[in-house]
Design a protein around this ligand. Structure first.
Ligand SMILES: NC(=O)c1ccc[n+]([C@@H]2O[C@H](COP(=O)([O-])OP(=O)(O)OC[C@H]3O[C@@H](n4cnc5c(N)ncnc54)[C@H](OP(=O)(O)O)[C@@H]3O)[C@@H](O)[C@H]2O)c1
Length: 327
């Protein structure tokens, strides 16, 4: 039976990967920090190794004895600008995984990157060869981590695949909840024109992208953008969410420049106190940066086929929020 370690397996994406691995009959280990329950309650029967990704001994213990590692950990949810933490979790954490995977002869390492490494996309749709152009600390550190992965791939005989997921939606993830709630209450305002492009991906489709490459040697040494089939404008996204909620779509508009200035001030003001800024540049980038990607390579090489249309993705997410009493 294939033994798989999922780092960050208690988080949103990681816990869904774990659930699917268990359904496929894999033996699953998780590396997680203590004190957090899985966001996805169906992820049961797993072997949890508690530890921090920055602790190389804890990482080695978790990696020793598995066939495949899916490295999902990131400080993704932190919007502020703690350089040290972003670097140590995203970059040094990845180095720990690379070293341990080589030391214990892991058969395949699948590294979770992000389409954020492409940053502001000028070429539409962007693909795996689109130049890197990270625009914030999270994206920069994810790119440094990915570059460490490629260097390691060149220098060592370790099969590695990189997956760059596109913006994830799911019924048990609160990241998009505010957007749904504000549209529901009629107090969501669009910053800028709203014509910027957005590319939603339902969580189950993203998970499928990871699982299709586990036993697939064609994936070795390759990066794949994994996501939904379509992208739309932010105005259209808000319209679909409003339709599903059966409310009016947002009509309020704010100009970009002052909101961006305010976000920068908020970040700087919160930094000395170590608190999460209520508004930060990464949040504003939602209204600013085109996110429109081609998934053609994953389809061609991995036979990856997303199953959820944008309407399905929004509906499933909303149903989950309602079922949990969040909306
Ligand atoms: N969600 C998206 O839209 C999206 C899009 C593109 C790429 N991604 C990538 O997908 C991956 C997962 O994202 P997600 O949305 O599932 O985020 P998430 O729910 O925050 O999951 C991240 C996991 O990493 C863990 N973690 C953070 N710091 C750690 C540390 N120092 N040691 C051990 N574990 C640590 C977190 O545990 P704690 O609960 O203890 O913090 C959490 O379980 C990330 O690599 C992200 O870059 C996500």
């Amino acid at each position: 039976m294939t033994k798989v370690l999922v780092t960050g397996g208690q988080g949103f994406l990681g816990s869904h990967i774990v659930t699917q691995l268990l359904e496929e009959g894999k033996e699953v280990r998780v590396l997680a920090r203590p004190g957090k329950e899985s966001t996805n309650n169906s992820a049961k029967g797993i072997n949890i190794f508690y530890g921090d990704i920055r602790d190389s001994e804890a990482v080695e213990t978790a990696v020793n004895g598995v066939d495949v590692v899916i490295h999902v950990v990131s400080n993704f949810r932190k919007g502020g600008s703690d350089n040290q933490e972003a670097y140590s979790v995203n970059v040094q954490g990845t180095e720990n995984i690379l070293n341990a995977a080589a030391k214990y002869d892991v058969r395949h390492l699948i590294h979770c990157s992000t389409i954020g490494v492409h940053g502001t996309v000028l070429e539409i749709p962007a693909n795996e060869s689109t130049p890197f152009n990270p625009t914030d600390l999270y994206q920069e550190t994810k790119l440094i981590a990915e570059q460490k992965v490629w260097k390691f791939y060149q220098d060592h005989n370790l099969p590695i695949t990189v997956i760059r997921p596109i913006s994830l939606f799911g019924p048990d993830d609160r990241r998009m909840l505010k957007l749904f709630r504000m549209i529901n209450k009629g107090n969501f305002f669009i910053v800028g024109s709203g014509e910027v492009l957005f590319h939603p991906t339902y969580i189950d489709d993203a998970v499928k992208g990871f699982l299709t490459c586990i036993e697939n040697p064609k994936a070795y040494g390759e990066a794949f953008i994994v996501g939904g089939e379509q992208y739309i404008s932010l105005n259209q996204l808000c319209q679909i969410i409003a339709d599903e909620l059966k409310v009016k779509p947002p009509s309020l508009r704010l100009p970009m420049a002052p909101v961006l200035a305010l976000a920068t001030i908020c970040e700087k003001a919160c930094e000395p106190f170590g608190i999460e800024p209520p508004l930060h540049r990464r949040r504003v980038s939602f209204f600013q940066n085109n996110r429109a990607f081609s998934i053609a390579k994953a389809k061609q090489v991995l036979d990856f086929e997303p199953q959820y249309s944008i309407q399905d993705c929004i509906r499933e997410t909303l149903n989950g929020y309602v079922a949990r009493g969040w909306i």
